[in-house]
Design a protein around this ligand. Structure first.
Ligand code: AMP
Length: 215
């Protein structure tokens, strides 16, 4: 089974993605995580992407498409994958479809986690992550045992540059302009499965499992 997870930043895609991949033995491919790893490793791609990422705007389609197709083509994604954060534009979605079709593969479901802008802002601006291992906390929903310190490794918690309030507003604008039209693209293909992302993580997960099992 191959899935796409849609939803604004802060919709809980990361949390759901981890659980779905465990449940259905899928490879989790998060474009944001892959880009951050490339940036940390200071690869050419990472350097090219850095400025776009810090401003909260999208990295060019051709860069992302070839990066993601490379990961999709790896053996560990051979029995199924979940795409998180990609595709983000209709150009990316069409490029993905064409390349998958050429390899005799396809997307089975597009899970669209729906969350209002107000809720997104509330969730993201309270988010802190560990500078060392990347573990994510939230001031209100999942605070660390000691404020500002990672439970696992004791490292200081930082706010991701693109989680700053002004950048979050820009990311939401970008989402509405470029990503929301993807929903109609996938609706036309009969693949779109909307899920209410404000129900709470367990109910959202249960709903996604139901969708995937119905087939
Ligand atoms: P994310 O963690 O998914 O919010 O991604 C962080 C940043 O990486 C975004 O604000 C973009 O700059 C870049 N990015 C991630 N995925 C994509 C994509 N599919 N297309 C273009 N840029 C992306």
């Amino acid at each position: 089974m191959n899935l796409v997870l849609l939803g604004p930043p802060g919709a809980g895609k990361g949390t759901q993605a981890t659980r779905i991949c465990q449940e259905f033995s899928l490879r989790h491919l998060s474009s944001g995580d892959i880009l951050r790893a490339e940036r940390k490793a200071m690869t050419d791609l990472g350097r090219q992407a850095q400025d776009y990422m810090d401003r909260g705007v999208l990295v060019p389609d051709d860069l992302i498409l070839s990066m993601m197709m490379d990961h999709i083509g790896r053996p560990d994604a051979g029995s199924g994958f979940l795409l998180d954060g990609f595709p983000r534009t209709e150009v990316q979605a069409r490029g993905l479809d064409d390349r998958l079709a050429a390899a005799g593969r396809r997307i089975d479901h597009v899970i669209d986690i729906q969350v209002s802008d107000e809720e997104v802002a509330r969730r993201i601006t309270g988010r802190w992550s560990c500078a060392k291992d990347g573990r994510v906390y939230h001031e209100t929903f999942s605070p660390p045992r000691q404020a500002g310190v990672c439970d696992d490794c004791g490292e200081k918690l930082i706010r991701r540059k693109d989680d700053e309030p002004e950048v979050v507003r820009q990311r939401l604008r970008t989402y509405h302009e470029q990503t929301a039209p993807l929903a109609s693209y996938y609706r036309q293909k009969g693949l779109l499965r909307p899920v209410d992302g404000e129900l709470g993580a367990d109910r959202v997960f249960a709903e996604i499992c139901r969708i995937c099992r119905v087939g």
